[in-house]
Structure formats: C-alpha cells, structure tokens
Design a protein around this ligand. Structure first.
Ligand code: CP3
Length: 342
C-alpha cells in the first residue's frame, strides 16, 4: 500500500487515528441502485460479470465516480471462490446463490477442493487494474465467513430458518467443523489473492451469523472466523468483520481479530462500542430503509449515527446492511456530502 493510501481517511479511521470527517462507503454501493450498473449488466450473468476484469473494474468505479465515497469495494460475490474451487452453483437474480448439489455428508465435505490462487486469476487481474485507476481511494477486498458460506452450501440456497445448517452444526459437530475448516482455508486463500494484488483493506462478511445464540456462535463459528482474521494479521491492511442481527454477538465478534466491527442498524454505535471493547473501530449503521424517508429524516438520523460513532476510537460511516436496489442514488450522493461535513 502506498503512503497516501495508508494516510487515507478510510484507512486512518479503521486504525482509530484522527480524521477530518468520518469516511463513508456503502455496502452494495455497486449494484442495482445505479442505472449505469443496470445498463452494463444487461444480458451478462452475475457470475460471468465477476469473472471479467474489465467489467469488474468499471462496475467497482461507478459508485466512486458518482457518489465520491471514501472507499471502493471490489465487485464480486462471496460465492465466487466456491465456484472457482469447483462447486457447481449460480447466482440467480432476485434469489441469490443456488447450489446444484448441496453439501450434507462427509463425502460431500471431502469433495470440497481447496482454492488454487490461479483459479481466481481474474480477481487478481481486476484488483491490479483498479488500484492505479482509483489512485488515492482505497479498494476494499472481501470474502464470506465460514458460517455464511456453509449456510449456502448446506441449504442449497438462501434460507430464513437455517434448519439444515443448524441440524449439521448440532447433530454432527465434527462434520460441521471439517466443513468450516475447509471454508476457512478457501476464504483465507481468496483474501490473500486480493491482498497480494493490492487491496487496502478486507471485509469478512458473516451476514447470517445473527441466526445464532452467543454460546453457539462462540462454539461453532468464532474459532473458524478467528483463523481467517488472525491469518491475515501480517497482511498490513485493516480487517473489517460484519454481520446482520448481531446485537448479542458483538462482544464475541470483536474477539475474532478484526480491527473494525461492522454493526447493523439495530444497535446504536455507542452501545456497540461498549460491547465490542476497547481498541476497535466501528462501521455502520444507518438503516438502509431510512433512505426512503424524506430528506429531513435522513439528515437527522445520519447526524445521530455520526454522533454515536464518536464514542468509538474510529468510525467508518456506512449503512447497517446493503443498499436496496430501489434506493434513489441521488440520496446516497447527498448523504456522502452530509457526512463529509456539508
Ligand atoms: O458493492 C458491493 O458491496 C460489492 C459487491 C457485493 C456483491 N455481493 C455483489 C452482488 C458484495 C460485497 C457481495 C457479498 C455478498 N453476496 C454477501 C454478503 C453481503 C451481504 O449482503 O450481507 C452475501 C450474503 C451474498 C450472497 C448474495 N449474492 C445475495 C444474497 C445476492 C442478492 C440476490 C438478489 O438478486 O437480490 C447476491 C447477488 C448479488 N451480489 C448482486 C450483487 C450486485 C445482485 C445481482 C445482480 O445485480 O444481478
């Protein structure tokens, strides 16, 4: 990472260093809320677009140009490394990842291959194209955490109850741990490719960990996520760890080894900071639905989030989860200006 990227508002806030204003970026800032995204994606499948460095570069840059955010996030998906490791899956519009043969047995787990860096050469290439294009704007790499990846592989697609996932976790803990251990290896390999290619930070998405109690999270999930995050200790880039509905998990997630803990909109950032403990920055946490309210409400709530974020050693402004596709992109641009002190 160059000195200017080390000194960027985003990286400094992740490290808890003084900044002139909170940095701001949005989860899912690249995506269907942008007409230029919908246009470039016409007739190109989601997985196919993730595999084309020219498209990845353009789509990643779109929200940076439009909104003036303080960080870009690589356009990809959490299931990309699974597909690259040989899992037969697709990303279905309006549904999400769908796995052709769900992983349920010891033989299924044994069949899950490791990720050879060469299998995601297109990600390496896209990052190397993006870093010079972005100049002073840091690029965030990301991956899915073992629990969230396991949930897609075991259920075969999105789930509301995680019944099959939990059945394996509780019923066959050795098989569960073997699966999560393989997923941690894949995730680490995928993040290392991105770090080696030049990303300035990484985010580990454990989007669906909020389905668990704290005790089960600590027993079945934390050791695997910790291995991923601690495995990147020497990478020299800030590590962000995020999940949805994690109010009771924040203390445990803070122990997994991230520099920044992402918080959804349900927990005020000052309270979250107390739970996460000293020395860690926070990221969040405006409710993405608030962007559909009148501007006065957006402004009031955004100022509240900024004020509550001051309780933490560092605050990266974001939404509490991803941008909804129906969001008016002009509201996002205005929100960036507001957080920047406008
Ligand atoms: O801008 C960014 O945040 C970067 C791009 C990004 C995507 N997926 C692109 C995408 C990121 C960071 C992800 C991560 C991801 N993918 C997560 C973790 C983040 C989160 O939202 O909690 C999860 C759980 C997935 C799995 C997944 N992929 C889902 C649930 C969906 C949505 C299905 C739908 O169509 O509503 C996807 C598809 C997906 N990934 C889209 C995008 C832009 C939409 C597909 C499209 O545009 O056709």
């Amino acid at each position: 990472m160059t000195k200017s990227l080390h000194d960027s508002v985003f990286v400094r806030a992740c490290r808890g260093l003084p900044v002139p204003h909170p940095p701001v970026w949005f989860m899912r800032q690249a995506g269907r809320s942008l007409p230029e995204y919908r246009k470039i994606r016409e007739g190109v499948g989601m997985l196919e677009s993730c595999g084309r460095p020219d498209l990845v570069t353009e789509i990643t840059l779109q929200p940076v140009r439009r909104h003036g955010v303080d960080a870009a996030i690589l356009f990809s998906d959490i299931v990309v490394p699974l597909a690259a490791a040989g899992v037969d899956l697709d990303i279905v519009a309006g549904t999400g990842p769908v796995v052709a043969s769900p992983i349920r047995t010891a033989a299924d787990v044994a069949g899950l291959r490791t990720l050879e860096p060469g299998a995601v050469g297109y990600v390496d290439e896209a990052v190397r194209m993006l870093v010079p294009e972005l100049g002073p704007i840091p690029l965030i790499g990301f991956a899915g955490a073992p629990f969230t990846l396991a949930s897609y592989l075991i259920e075969g697609g999105p789930s509301r109850t995680y019944l099959k996932t939990k059945a394996m976790m509780y019923g066959e803990p050795d098989l569960w741990n073997a699966l999560c251990s393989r997923l941690a290896d894949i995730t680490l390999a995928f993040l290392r490719v991105q770090v080696n290619a030049g990303v300035s930070a990484i985010q580990l998405f454990d989007s669906w960990a909020g389905a668990l109690s704290e005790a089960d999270y600590r027993r079945f999930v934390l050791p695997h996520s910790t291995r991923v995050l601690r495995g990147l200790e020497d990478a020299g880039v800030p590590r962000i760890h995020f999940g949805v509905g994690t109010a009771v998990l924040l203390e445990a997630m803070g122990e997994a080894g991230a520099d920044v803990v992402g918080v959804d909109w349900r927990t005020p950032l000052d309270r979250a900071t107390t739970m996460i403990g000293p020395g860690r920055a926070v990221q969040g946490n405006l409710d993405p639905a608030i962007l559909f309210a009148p501007w006065e409400v957006v402004e009031r709530e955004a100022r509240r989030v900024v004020a509550e974020g001051r309780a933490a050693p560092g605050h990266v402004f974001n939404l509490g989860h991803g941008v909804m596709p129906e969001t008016d992109p002009d509201v996002l641009t205005r929100l960036v200006e507001l957080v920047h002190g406008g």
